[in-house]
Ligand binder design. Structure first.
Ligand SMILES: [Zn+2]
Ligand SMILES: [Zn+2]
Length: 159
């Protein structure tokens, strides 16, 4: 399976980390934990296998974790920017492409543009039942998690 290796940072840059691991999912999530904690909808996230797939390389002492049920959101104390999130006991870590160095070629590609390279564009929508509005982008959509309950862009069942 595809591997990610990219440096990341919080909004102010005081916290830096290395995200490295096998990609479990690269998608746009519409669930409240992902969206309301950051004020975006949807949130572009990459889930990596392994509880050690995010290594904080600077600013460890600035990390704060907010726990809501089993959802853990790790942010920087200075800027409150997200570093990673995860579900307790699920064995993965979630990082956010917007905070990764993917667009500067640190993931091994030689693109020079500002945009995320095609290989890191989101592959699907999850928790699509929570969307604010419909997305006609041609990506597969799932009511909650893939592969169950695939939906059309208007939210009706695919089959
Ligand atoms: Zn920060
Ligand atoms: Zn989510």
């Amino acid at each position: 399976m595809k591997e990610l290796k990219a440096k990341g940072a919080c909004h102010c840059g005081a916290v830096e980390y290395l995200a490295r691991g096998e990609v479990m999912m690269n998608g746009l999530c519409h669930c409240p934990n992902c969206t309301r904690s950051k004020g975006v909808s949807p949130a572009h996230l990459i889930a990596l296998h392994g509880e050690n797939s995010v290594e904080v390389t600077q600013g460890d002492e600035l990390l704060q974790t907010r726990v809501l049920d089993k959802f853990h959101l790790v942010t920087c104390k200075m800027c409150h920017g997200p570093v990673m999130q995860y579900q307790e006991g699920m064995g993965f870590r979630v990082v956010f492409p917007v905070s990764l160095d993917l667009r500067r070629g640190d993931a091994g590609s030689d693109h020079g543009a500002d945009r995320i390279p095609d290989e890191w564009k989101p592959q699907l929508h999850l928790n699509y039942e929570n969307r604010l509005f419909d997305w006609d982008d041609g990506l597969p959509k799932f009511k909650v998690f893939p592969p169950d309950s695939p939906l059309k862009s208007d939210g009706t069942p695919l089959d």
